[in-house]
Design a protein around this ligand. Structure first.
Ligand SMILES: Nc1ncnc2c1ncn2[C@@H]1O[C@H](COP(=O)(O)OP(=O)(O)OP(=O)(O)O)[C@@H](O)[C@H]1O
Ligand SMILES: [Mg+2]
Length: 248
């Protein structure tokens, strides 16, 4: 097995008396797509925010790209964050900037001294990678939901992170657009050699993109394996998911 790019052991995180993560173990190997399934409020977003250094763990070990996250200085943490791309659910685009400017912005901010020509080239290559070069001069408000997701992914991808964290990348999309986003996630993995955690409620997404699936309940992982392994047993927990997805 290849090296681990994320290795988390016995992770705990509470907010006051709300004990959200209660002893999480998870690892992601280089090049792997790991899907995290779990009901609303189980702490999935909190988990990836800790991995991205956006929230601090209470206890446990969080190793990302060989670095123990909570021992890092501010400067080292900042450097690590650049290698960990976080795709927010709504894409977090700046509405007053064009698509091209939305991509150029993080690149210029994080790459001091980069030339305008390099920025232009990188914006073009990255937009082309998500299939939306034609939208370069459009405003975010002019995009469809699926296009916004793609641009959100492109904006994260432009810094060429080693790790991509996707928070519900297909939420609110129709089935065909969902499939396109799933294909894009796999394409990004192949083309940019990223390792990913994908949070989703969508079982089709889990099946299409997940090399490994972990199921989370009440702050713990209760099951993990390939999609077929996890869903081969129709136990109560998995039935909950089928029902849940059906209702959704
Ligand atoms: N910054 C914060 N301060 C206080 N409580 C928080 C904070 N972030 C998350 N929580 C709490 O942690 C719990 C887990 O939240 P989280 O967003 O991780 O859930 P989730 O599994 O991603 O749910 P969903 O599927 O609805 O996105 C919730 O009870 C939430 O209120
Ligand atoms: Mg969430």
């Amino acid at each position: 097995m290849s090296e681990k790019v994320i290795d988390i052991h016995d992770l705990y995180k509470s907010f006051g008396t709300n004990h959200v993560l209660r002893g999480i173990d998870i690892n992601v190997h280089k090049g792997e797509n790991v899907v995290v399934l779990g009901r609303s409020g189980t702490g999935k977003s909190v988990l990836i925010k800790i991995i991205a250094g956006l929230l601090k763990p209470d206890s446990g070990s969080v190793n990302v790209l060989g670095k123990e996250v909570d021992t890092l200085s501010t400067v080292d943490l900042r450097e690590l964050r650049l290698k960990v791309g976080f795709c927010f659910q709504n894409g977090a685009l700046y509405d007053s900037m064009t698509v091209g400017e939305n991509l150029a912005f993080p690149l210029k901010r994080n790459t001091p001294g980069i030339s305008n020509e390099q920025v232009r080239k990188s914006v073009n290559v990255t937009l082309e990678a998500v299939g939306l070069l034609k939208t370069i001069d459009q405003m975010p408000a002019e995009l469809s939901g699926g296009q916004r997701k793609r641009i959100g992914i492109a904006r994260t991808l432009i810094l060429r992170p080693d790790i991509m964290l996707y928070d519900e990348p297909t939420a609110g999309l129709d089935p065909i657009t969902c499939t396109e986003i799933n294909n894009l996630i796999n394409e990004v993995q192949r083309r940019f050699h990223t390792s990913s955690i994908i949070i989703t409620h969508d079982l089709t997404c889990a099946k299409d993109v997940g090399d490994k699936i972990v199921v989370m309940k009440e702050g713990k992982f209760v099951k993990q394996g390939t999609f077929d392994e996890v869903f081969s047993t129709k136990d109560e927990l998995i039935n909950e998911f089928y029902d849940y997805n059906f209702i959704q």
